[in-house]
Design a protein around this ligand. Structure first.
Ligand SMILES: [Zn+2]
Length: 202
């Protein structure tokens, strides 16, 4: 399959194969399908070209699975949901440069503590917005999405308040005010998740 010579014996007898490979991590084990190069003459196993990053990604993915971490694809979805750049995520999470990029490419898994914070960002736009402000990020795309999130929550809150008012019409004014305020509050809180699902589809 290749003109390359074997680093073990120097013969041009290299072949690609896919074999199951055990990945051990933290007392657990996952089997990956490993694409590798094997020498038909001496049996030396190596990784060539694309096989190198494929191998790195497969191992990192197995580690993510064993640690219960978000996948590389999920990281990208979460970032795009808010219109953030990779450098924005690195600033928000105080990681080194290119760290998020490596996570998103799937070559390196994120730490468990960071994974928890990323899940909070994904679930709660307030967390995302606060981290963005703390990091001093000026991103018009993200700002526009946060504006939409606010607008949508406001619309939902108003709709619920109107429905409650109609339902309680003619009752005690204080009780009506409390019920309407509580209903609008609960709706605004719950709206976050709906809105982020909405922006994900956008
Ligand atoms: Zn060889």
């Amino acid at each position: 399959m290749t003109d390359d010579r074997c680093v073990g014996c120097g013969e041009r007898t290299l072949n690609e194969r896919v074999v199951p490979l055990d990945v051990h991590h933290d007392g657990k084990c996952r089997v990956i399908q490993d694409r590798q190069t094997v020498c038909g003459n001496c049996g030396n196993v190596s990784y060539i070209g694309q096989q190198i990053s494929d191998h790195q990604r497969a191992v990192a993915s197995a580690v993510r699975d064993m640690d219960g971490l978000l996948s590389a694809e999920a990281l990208q979805l979460i970032r795009r949901k808010y219109g953030f750049k990779q450098t924005d995520m690195e600033a928000m999470l105080s990681t080194g440069p290119k760290t998020w990029t490596r996570w998103e490419r799937g070559k390196v898994p994120q730490a468990k503590a960071t994974d928890k914070l990323i899940r909070l960002i994904a679930e709660d736009p307030c967390v995302a917005r606060k981290l963005m402000e703390q990091a001093g990020i000026d991103n018009p795309d993200a700002a526009a999405i946060f504006l939409r999130i606010d607008e949508n929550a406001k619309h939902l809150g108003r709709a619920v308040a109107r429905a409650e008012l109609r339902r309680l019409e003619g009752g005690n004014p204080d009780e009506i005010a409390d019920r309407v305020a509580d209903a609008a509050f609960e709706t605004a809180r719950g709206a976050h998740r709906q809105v982020t699902t909405f922006t994900e589809a956008a």
